[in-house]
Design a binder for this molecule. Structure first.
Ligand SMILES: Nc1ncnc2c1ncn2[C@@H]1O[C@H](COP(=O)(O)OP(=O)(O)OP(=O)(O)O)[C@@H](O)[C@H]1O
Ligand SMILES: [Mg+2]
Length: 268
């Protein structure tokens, strides 16, 4: 890992803003097990409004499970999740989650575009079903979001006509089509070559600056985490072993953190 990635100045959260920051998501004692497999073992985390946090962890460490819990696709065995001041345990199953999900954009692991819909239809889908916008407004919104992710002239293409990187960007346009306050990204660079992976990471940073969202990026890609995040939390053995800045991560003496950084640096 080259030093410049860690030394890069990240302008998303200015020092003078720190005092004014408040947690938009709080996770307390979050536990999830599948029979004997304790995947998350009492996680505590505060995510601050306007920051980009990367949840870094190896395969199977529970990153996707954590995201599923945060958006109510799974229920925890113990612990509490508070989002935007609402304790999600008090939600009656569907309606309140539906309302909350309208504030949340989600980029799925794999792009999860609908194969039988065009790119424009994919992006417009949620607006057509969940908003009162007119057809013309929806078309404008789709065009605006595609431009934001640097995709031109793909409205009428089918997902399988796009490269993997273009599909990710289309999925990113879909994730932000509602102008969400919070965006979850599950492995945004997986399956992309290093150049395209870096491009997606830079796009996430740019969207963050332009749209001022709170972003949670789940990844095993150290370069992606280093490029996008104000803070990095490392998930291992059901716990956050480390939470801090890139620089602090690089200096960490925690054995698993060292092993992870060394392995990422010397990967073939
Ligand atoms: N629905 C489920 N039923 C049983 N076990 C599950 C279920 N979902 C996840 N798990 C288990 O939870 C653990 C964490 O899975 P998860 O998908 O969250 O990992 P991950 O960190 O996202 O990995 P990757 O980097 O490969 O995406 C794994 O052991 C997995 O087998
Ligand atoms: Mg996963």
């Amino acid at each position: 890992m080259s030093d410049h990635l860690f030394n890069r100045q990240h302008p998303a959260v200015k020092d003078e803003d720190r005092d004014r920051r408040r947690p938009i998501i709080t996770v307390e004692g979050l536990t999830k097990r599948f029979e004997k497999n304790v995947v998350l073992d009492g996680l505590d985390l505060e995510i601050f409004s306007g920051e980009t946090i990367a949840i870094l962890g190896g395969s199977g460490s529970g990153k996707s499970v954590l995201l599923s819990l945060l958006v109510g696709l799974m229920e925890p065995d113990a612990g509490r999740i508070t989002i935007d001041g609402q304790n999600t345990a008090t939600f009656s199953r569907s309606r309140q989650w539906r309302e909350l999900r309208l504030k949340i954009g989600f980029l799925f692991q794999g792009s999860a575009l609908y194969d039988s819909l065009t790119i424009a239809e994919n992006i417009a889908f949620i607006l057509e079903h969940q908003s009162k916008l007119t057809d013309r407004e929806i078309r404008q919104r789709v065009h605006e979001k595609l431009r934001l992710v640097e995709l031109e002239d793909v409205e009428n293409k089918m997902p399988n006509e796009l490269s993997g990187g273009m599909q990710k960007r289309a999925a990113l346009a879909r994730a932000i089509v509602f102008d969400p306050r919070i965006v979850f990204y599950d492995e945004p660079t997986t399956g992309l070559d290093p150049v395209r992976g870096k491009h997606i990471s830079e796009l996430i940073v740019r969207l963050q600056h332009e749209l001022q969202m709170t972003s949670i990026v789940v990844t095993h890609d150290l370069i992606c985490a280093s490029l996008v995040a104000d803070r990095i939390a490392m998930l291992h053995g059901g716990k956050f072993l480390f939470t801090g800045s890139r620089d602090e991560l690089q200096q960490s003496k925690i054995p698993y953190v060292r092993e992870f950084l060394d392995a990422a640096t010397h990967r073939c």
